[in-house]
Design a protein around this ligand. Structure first.
Ligand SMILES: [Zn+2]
Ligand SMILES: [Zn+2]
Length: 254
């Protein structure tokens, strides 16, 4: 099977991209694949494709995480994903995401560019992960003024966290409760630091993984809390506290 490039929907017409190898194979227009590469929640092409392990339906990571804040059923087939913690039964689907990127040219590049602009518009340092393939070096500009915190709390401890435990995956049982959910830290601290803090306080074993969510965003370890706060915005804050939900999961078999 050969895929017709995006925006090219006439099966008979010859193209200089794909006609050399498969004259006798049927060419299918991209929109025939839409049910498999689009997210039923936002109707866009999948971003961070994430699959429900119970029924194998896939959605954007941010879309499905948000959905599970108000429901424990799959949006497509209504299967109960997990009685109480549906987030434990979703897995990143890198193969599917690769397919989406291959079928929809420029999507990956666009997404990268959006992320790049997101950071530079705010005068933030662009994380290395944004530059996996082609850094838009020409656009790089130095901003000398970092965004100033509006609060008057000393700069080194300028973020107040509320850490809310949402539960542990089946099979994880030996942990101590987190007795103080309120923590004041530097905005320069990263999600990784929060994770280490939780690990230490809850005495977690090395096989247990900590997933940290803010609003509807599953956070990456390299993100600083300042970035998280700027990125998620007002919905992340509750009485001036940055609210992070975290759960304990077993590492995905990959
Ligand atoms: Zn989506
Ligand atoms: Zn489903």
């Amino acid at each position: 099977m050969d895929l017709v490039p995006f925006g090219h929907s006439s099966p008979g017409e010859s193209t200089n991209i794909s006609d050399s190898e498969s004259e006798d194979e049927t060419k299918l227009p991209l929109n025939q694949f839409y049910p498999y590469i689009r997210c039923a929640l936002c109707c866009g092409f999948l971003i961070d494709a994430t699959t429900v392990t119970e029924c194998l339906h896939s959605f954007c990571k941010s879309c499905i995480v948000k959905h599970f804040f108000s429901s424990n059923r799959c949006p497509t087939c209504s299967t109960v994903v997990h009685q109480t913690q549906p987030l434990y039964n979703i897995r990143p689907d890198r193969k599917l995401q690769d397919i989406v990127y291959k079928m929809v040219p420029f999507l990956e590049e666009l997404e990268r560019e959006e992320m790049y602009n997101f950071y530079t518009d705010r005068g933030l340092e662009v994380p290395k992960s944004v530059f996996v393939t082609s850094p838009p070096a020409a656009k790089k500009q130095r901003k000398d003024t970092a965004p100033q915190s509006a609060s008057s709390i000393p700069a080194e401890l300028d973020v107040s966290l509320l850490l809310e435990f949402v539960g542990a995956e089946d099979g994880i049982s030996d942990y101590k409760p987190l007795d103080r959910p309120y923590v004041r830290v530097s905005g320069e601290a990263t999600v990784r630091h929060v994770e280490l803090f939780i690990r230490k306080k809850m005495q977690l074993g090395p096989t247990c993984q900590v997933d940290v969510v803010c609003g509807d965003h599953l956070l990456d370890r390299y993100q600083s809390l300042k970035e998280v706060q700027n990125f998620v915005g007002q919905e992340a804050l509750q009485d001036g506290l940055l609210v992070l939900h975290f759960g304990l999961v077993l590492p995905a078999e990959d």
